[in-house]
Design a protein around this ligand. Structure first.
Ligand SMILES: [Fe+2]
Length: 328
């Protein structure tokens, strides 16, 4: 489990105290500290601490900070993987930090069964503000803490997480995102934090990076080609893939942005029988009805765009925007 937190004025303690009893945090793990600058912004002290060798399916209490600044939370570790092990994921993407963002998070929180969030990219939308106002990365962390401190969120990188701004002298993509939201990518043999995989209960989850190179011979392509044959469907019968830009989208906005990745990777998805693909990016609701692709959303009139009979796309993979998933 990776625990991350920020201290604003001083580095403070790097240590996480934890234990299975609320009143006896008898173990500790030491984390790492990082800071970054983005144009005229300097971050607080960003702590990341990985706690290893935890027991499956166990509630742990933990604390960060010391004395009067100490804050206590808890999390439950996932169960051991197996074909019949139930698990409930929530699915959130394109969250931001508006009134609607709060409605979305509150809706997720109202489901008491939910154990982890599959987050399909676009976290803070800080890049919509002057100089990519990185204070918004801080405020977003405060906003989601109420859930994120108690259960794992699985990160996918979106276009609003790139923060490539050469006009500000910021030429390293994903700087705030990668400094603040680490992923366990090395465990799956990945060479970058933006694409990786993990097993969770009866599911095998592959996270792809829509905004990292994915063409033939790139690191992501080579990794994914080797990854699919590793999935043991007897152990994890559900095969789920996350990405930010959807491959199938007939909405006018972001139209065909996922097309080149689809051309490259779709044959593998079909061959290896991917069950579910979740993506974000397109803020519209779309579904197939009676052999036609129809589009509807709250602020645009419904209209039939094209017949799915013209496409070889499996129906299974066409309904991309869902809200929650019970993987059991
Ligand atoms: Fe997006």
């Amino acid at each position: 489990m990776i625990i991350s937190w920020v201290t604003t004025l001083e580095p403070g303690s790097r240590t996480v105290l934890y234990g299975t009893s609320k009143h006896n945090l008898n173990r500790s793990a030491k984390g790492k500290l990082t800071r970054y600058k983005f144009y005229n912004y300097t971050s607080g002290y960003i702590h990341h601490c990985t706690i290893k060798k935890l027991k499956f399916d166990t509630k742990y209490y933990y604390a960060v900070g010391t004395e009067e600044t100490m804050r206590k939370f808890w999390f439950t570790t996932p169960p051991k993987s197996g074909p019949d092990v139930p698990y409930t994921f929530g699915l959130i993407g394109d969250l931001g930090q508006s009134f609607d963002s709060n409605v979305t998070l509150a809706h997720y929180e109202s489901n008491s069964k939910a154990q982890a969030v599959l987050f399909v990219g676009d976290l803070t939308y800080a890049d919509n503000y002057p100089y990519h106002d990185n204070v918004r990365w801080d405020t977003w962390g405060r906003f989601v803490e109420r859930n994120l401190a108690y259960q794992p969120w699985i990160w996918t990188a979106g276009n609003h997480d790139i923060d490539f701004a050469p006009e500000l002298g910021e030429t390293k993509p994903f700087k705030p995102y990668s400094q603040r939201y680490p992923t366990p990518y090395k465990a799956s043999g990945s060479t970058a934090p933006y694409w990786y995989s993990f097993k969770r209960a009866s599911a095998y989850v592959i996270v792809l990076a829509s905004y990292s190179a994915y063409g033939k011979h790139t690191p992501q392509y080579t990794w994914l080609r080797a990854e699919f044959p590793k999935v043991n469907r007897s152990e994890t019968p559900w095969l789920i893939v996350l990405m930010h830009a959807p491959w199938y989208n007939s909405y006018y906005y972001h139209y065909m942005e996922g097309e080149s990745m689809r051309v490259l990777y779709e044959p593998w998805f079909v061959k290896y029988k991917v069950d579910l693909v979740f993506a974000g990016h397109v803020h519209a609701y779309e579904r197939t009805v009676s052999g036609q692709t129809t589009l509807s959303s709250s602020n645009h009139q419904s209209r039939v765009l094209r017949s799915s009979a013209q496409s070889n796309t499996p129906i299974l993979m066409r309904n991309l925007i869902c809200y929650s998933l019970v993987a059991a």
